[in-house]
Design a protein around this ligand. Structure first.
Ligand code: GLN
Length: 203
């Protein structure tokens, strides 16, 4: 039996970007999706998703709405966080273009739009051992490149050229691709599984 007996409440930062597909993905696997625009929307969440979009805009909105500190408090209280694409950039401790990090919850360095023009957008089948044998189809849209990974960071997947495209550090999970744009729900399910583990082992 599940330890979280009610539907887990999972927020999706809804200031900009690919919000709707994440909300639908959460609903499809039995979580209660919550749109997060203001600090009060974060109250009582079991986990939070930072979606893809335009990270510079998202960063400005997060700061303008006073969301940065309450997001850090939620993470500090042990709620799992998933960042996808621009969300990964917001989570990173270091940015290769010298911009200041926003949340700094993941010991990685990322380079925005790191795949460059030739590969502006592409799709690739990814092996993700933590999610089972079946390949995961990754949709990459002006994706960041993970240029450095710290020792506490677990690499969950690499692209066909060997670049890191999915990582986990404790309760923080991030993908350079967009798991909400395919029908495979294993990344969102992993976030829900991390909630169960967070309940078993409080921060
Ligand atoms: N290139 C975008 C950025 O740097 C991220 C793209 C995405 O989230 N699909 O913010």
């Amino acid at each position: 039996m599940s330890i979280v007996s009610r539907r887990p409440r999972v927020g999706v930062l809804a200031v900009q970007g690919a919000v709707r597909e994440h909300l639908a993905a959460l609903d499809a696997i039995g979580a209660e999706p919550v749109e997060v625009r203001l600090p009060r929307d974060l109250v009582g969440l079991d986990a939070l998703i930072l979606p893809g979009g335009e990270s510079t805009t998202m960063r400005k909105m997060i700061e303008a709405y006073g969301l940065r500190d309450p997001i850090l408090s939620l993470a500090g209280a042990g709620a799992p966080i998933l960042g996808t694409c621009a969300g990964m950039i917001l989570l990173a401790e270091r940015l290769a273009d010298d911009a200041l990090p926003l949340l700094g919850l993941l010991d990685i360095e990322v380079r925005r739009n790191g795949y460059g023009r030739q590969l502006d957008s592409f799709e690739a089948d990814l092996q993700v051992p933590a999610l089972g044998d079946e390949a995961l189809h990754g949709v990459f849209i002006r994706a960041p490149i993970v240029s450095e990974v710290g020792p506490a960071v677990e690499v969950l997947a690499r692209d066909p050229d060997g670049a890191v495209v999915a990582v986990r550090q404790g309760r923080v999970l991030a993908t350079a691709f967009h798991p909400e744009l395919t029908a495979d729900r294993r990344v969102h399910q992993l976030l829900l599984d991390m909630i169960e583990r967070a309940v078993e082992q409080p921060a």
